[in-house]
Design a binder for this molecule. Structure first.
Ligand SMILES: [Fe+2]
Ligand SMILES: [Fe+2]
Length: 411
């Protein structure tokens, strides 16, 4: 079974169960038995990386969920979408006016991507954080597009019922209500209004009040950049992709029923990707932290709860094979996802408090950490996980200063 471990735990003789990738290139093939020199290279060049290695002992003791196929499909789909988006973004960025932008080509790209995703469905969207901030816009848009489509197609019944409830769409046929093309288009151009503000993302300085104002207007600026004959629903998504369910969003502070279900989907995908991407001005949050903050933590009222429920199971905060330190000091490996409660994955306690392997007779589990107070999850790598059990979470209040809001809702 593949154990997912930090580079400083690698020892010679371990076998890679997945290739070591960097910048989309294979650095070391799967199946390679690591030598001192290999480990030296990995540790020096990619100290933050986690590597999947074979663990025959645990393999014999428990059956791990095998999600490698899903992960590779998700990865390929994402790469494909990202590459497409970068191309589109470059085309946009090269023009001074969007009048020269070929929106037909855009629609064609969307159709192609939809086709690709339809024939390559991936149920686990595991996000790869090796992102290059130079191309932040393209990668970000690609991820948001991909996650939006994934979420949209997972909750299609909810999408249909929500679309039917909208006053103007009461008589819509089911096949029209379930058409995700406007969602795809909207997700693809949602941040068009950020292109003139690209420097704000790349520069390393605090935002001035004018910068904040400009960011606040980017949904409206973006919508105005679209041609007249562009899909009205997609334009609506662009305008409202930063509105929150509780009325704390921007630029208009719409509330729940006034926000199209597609815009609510994009909102979730956008916030998650922004939180988990490394930016020049701040580090990335872990998927676990970002998901928890959005689903159960301080920002939970921003998002559609029904959509969030599905999103959390799509992403899965803890990957199979991850080594997590427990409250009693020992370490466990994640054996299986928990689709009912992704923050409570099935684990097996397999290492003692000094990170030494426990003898087979002393292994505990598989079990759910929630069933044992002493086995609650304590940390993953450097990240403290006690927030998972926090009570009395402080929420962001409606009317909080926009700058404070930007922390969590960055464009
Ligand atoms: Fe965004
Ligand atoms: Fe945005």
């Amino acid at each position: 079974m593949p154990l997912l471990i930090p580079t400083d735990e690698l020892v010679p003789g371990m076998t890679l169960t997945e290739p070591v990738m960097a910048n989309r290139k294979v650095m070391m093939q799967r199946g390679r038995v690591l030598t001192h020199a290999d480990i030296d290279v990995i540790q020096r060049r990619y100290p933050q990386m986690r590597v999947r290695v074979d663990d025959p002992v645990l393999d014999e003791a428990v059956e791990f969920e095998d999600d490698s196929r899903e992960r590779s499909i998700a990865h390929e789909a994402q790469q494909r979408v990202s590459a497409c988006m970068n191309e589109v973004a470059e085309r946009f960025a090269g023009r001074t006016s969007t009048r020269c932008v070929d929106f037909n080509l855009l629609q064609q790209t969307v159709a192609e991507l939809l086709d690709f995703l339809k024939s390559n469905p991936a149920s686990a969207a595991l996000i790869n954080n090796c992102m290059d901030s130079k191309h932040y816009h393209g990668v970000h848009t690609g991820n948001v597009f991909y996650l939006s489509m994934l979420l949209g197609s997972t909750v299609i019944d909810y999408v249909i019922s929500e679309r039917k409830q909208q006053v103007s769409a009461r008589d819509v046929r089911a096949d029209f209500a379930s058409d995700l093309t406007p969602l795809a288009l909207g997700a693809m151009v949602m941040d068009l209004g950020m292109l003139p503000l690209k420097h704000l993302i790349e520069e390393q300085r605090p935002l001035t009040p004018e910068d904040s104002d400009a960011i606040r207007q980017h949904p409206l600026v973006g919508a105005a950049m679209l041609p007249d004959n562009f899909s009205a629903v997609a334009r609506n998504i662009v305008k409202t992709h930063h509105e929150n369910m509780d009325g704390t969003g921007y630029p208009v502070r719409l509330t729940r029923d006034r926000i199209h279900v597609f815009a609510r989907i994009v909102r979730i995908a956008d916030a998650f990707d922004a939180a988990t991407s490394v930016k020049v001005y701040r580090g990335a949050k872990s998927p676990a932290r970002a998901l928890w903050e959005m689903a159960s933590g301080p920002y939970r009222r921003f998002y559609d709860a029904r959509l969030m429920q599905s999103f959390v199971t799509l992403i899965q905060p803890f990957q199979v094979g991850s080594k997590i330190r427990l409250r009693d000091g020992r370490y466990a490996a994640v054996v299986r996802y928990n689709r009912q409660n992704p923050f409570d994955p099935q684990i097996i306690v397999a290492f003692d408090a000094s990170n030494q392997r426990l003898p087979k007779s002393k292994l505990e589990g598989p079990l759910y950490p929630s069933t044992r107070r002493d086995l609650r999850l304590a940390s993953l790598g450097d990240e403290d996980l006690t927030f998972l059990y926090a009570s009395g979470v402080e929420e962001v209040k409606p009317g909080a200063p926009f700058r404070e809001m930007l922390e969590s809702v960055y464009p």
